[in-house]
Design a protein around this ligand. Structure first.
Ligand code: PLP
Length: 428
């Protein structure tokens, strides 16, 4: 059982699902307020995606990743059309976010001939040795030896500023100054890439202050460092556009995706590379690959999911959900002093629970060796009211399927309200 003590009850046993609801083996229904791990964006049981998977399974499941294939080609072209580059793009597929982040690092190194890669302390990029090395070190308890050449920097976090300011513009400016100092010390000519989540996910759900990502882009342009956006969580409509790059108005050089691509019906991920860079492999070896890269069943699921996102206007739907969440979660924050902050964009929000609203001290310190009893009670209270979500320590994710109705969301917010009642008395 991943991410758990093996002698503990791991919560409900999920044996079915439909729409926004998970079904447990006792016949109970749980509203899935986090779309699984922010991945089942179409909700469960979407019939067109399931039909496409079944049709493809009967026709062809696997073809060599180095061979041509009609479904793969069509899907790659469709992805290029929604990628954030007018010049076009090419894609290298994988089976998970971590794997594709590893691939992005290798591609950036091959393109630049430079060894080092920078990423933020407050980040999550996956659990492979490579992506785990990119991930902020406060995530791991094992003595994971980071592969050499990975260097960390501090990203902005306006709510608990590491740069000693309450002003978001100053936070952005100081964070950029800090990043420039690190690039200068490490030597720009040694740095292949800077990898960032455009909105950091389960490591804090931090939306960068205005101007920060633009500043990182400018730094990369000045130095020839490639900018990689990890859009594993933010991609496929999560923030109201196909990719967060479009909404935030900053285009990276490479972009990784997974999760929502197939709505997690089948494992599928990839690295999108802007055309101008990808074309450099036309007359040299592209030295990256996997047995299951572009698995035909997975790309068929991705293609069908993309059809549904576009046909049903789901890339834009997060903007509507965002309006509901800003109001509903704002009301929860006003009622419950334990909610220190509500952060997010689109259909990707989190509650930041605090022990003291003045000091903003987290309700649960990160890296506590044991799960917090208070948070376990909170999640149990939510489940007792028919709602499921996940969180890390004091962070509660609210990232519903993009298909959620207003009534379903209201049901979820009512359950959050009741579960938060049980936390107000554990504050300092
Ligand atoms: N990158 C981000 C931003 C993620 O949120 C995740 C997973 O939650 C990953 C990478 C890793 O993806 P996977 O678990 O598919 O390897």
């Amino acid at each position: 059982m991943p991410w758990s003590r093996q002698d503990r009850d791991s919560g409900p046993r999920i044996t079915g699902a439909s729409g926004g609801f998970l079904h447990d083996e006792d016949g109970g229904r749980l509203l899935d307020l986090a779309s699984g791990f922010v991945c089942v964006s179409l909700g469960h049981g979407q019939p067109d995606v399931i039909d496409a998977i079944c049709r493809q399974a009967r026709r062809l499941c696997w073809a060599p990743s180095s061979a041509g294939n009609d479904v793969r080609d069509t899907y790659a072209q469709r992805l290029a059309a929604i990628a954030p580059w007018p010049e076009g793009a090419r894609v290298h597929f994988g089976c998970g976010g971590g794997e594709s982040n590893d691939d992005a690092v290798r591609i950036a190194r091959q393109l630049t001939g430079r060894p080092k890669v920078l990423s933020a302390y407050r980040s999550y990029h996956g659990a492979t040795v490579g992506a785990g090395g990119l991930t902020g070190v406060d995530r791991w308890r094992d003595p994971l030896p980071a592969p050499s050449g990975l260097v960390k920097f501090t990203a902005p976090f306006p709510y608990r500023s590491p740069f000693h300011t309450d002003d978001p513009a100053t936070e952005a400016a100081r964070a950029l100054e800090h990043l420039r100092t690190i690039v200068s010390h490490e030597g720009a000519a040694n740095i292949a890439a800077i990898v960032v989540e455009p909105v950091s996910g389960s490591s804090g759900l931090v939306v960068p202050p205005d101007g920060y990502l633009q500043g990182v882009r400018e730094l990369c342009d000045e130095t020839g460092i490639l900018l990689v956006f990890d859009e594993v969580m933010t991609g496929f409509g999560r923030v109201g556009t196909p990719f967060a790059a479009t909404r935030l108005g900053v285009a990276p050089d490479l972009l990784t995706f997974a999760k929502g691509a197939s709505s997690s019906y089948v494992p599928l991920s990839g690295v999108l590379v802007r055309e101008g860079l990808a074309a450099r492999f036309d007359d040299r070896l592209f030295d990256v690959g996997h047995t299951h890269a572009g698995h035909v069943l997975a790309v068929a699921a991705g293609l069908a999911a993309l059809d549904v996102y576009e046909r049903d206007g789901l890339f834009e739907r997060a903007s509507e959900i965002e309006r509901w969440l800003r109001v509903g979660l704002g009301e929860l924050a006003a009622r419950h002093p334990v909610v220190g902050d509500v952060r997010g964009l689109g259909a990707l929000f989190a509650l930041d629970l605090v022990a003291d609203p003045e000091t903003r001290a987290p309700l649960v310190a990160w890296h506590e060796p044991e799960p917090s009893a208070a948070m376990a009670r909170f999640h149990a209270a939510l489940r007792a009211r028919g709602v499921h979500t996940y969180g890390r320590y004091h962070l509660v994710m609210v990232a519903p399927p993009l298909t959620i109705s207003r009534d379903e969301l209201a049901f979820g917010l009512d359950a959050l309200d009741a579960a938060l009642d049980g936390l107000d008395d554990v504050m300092a």
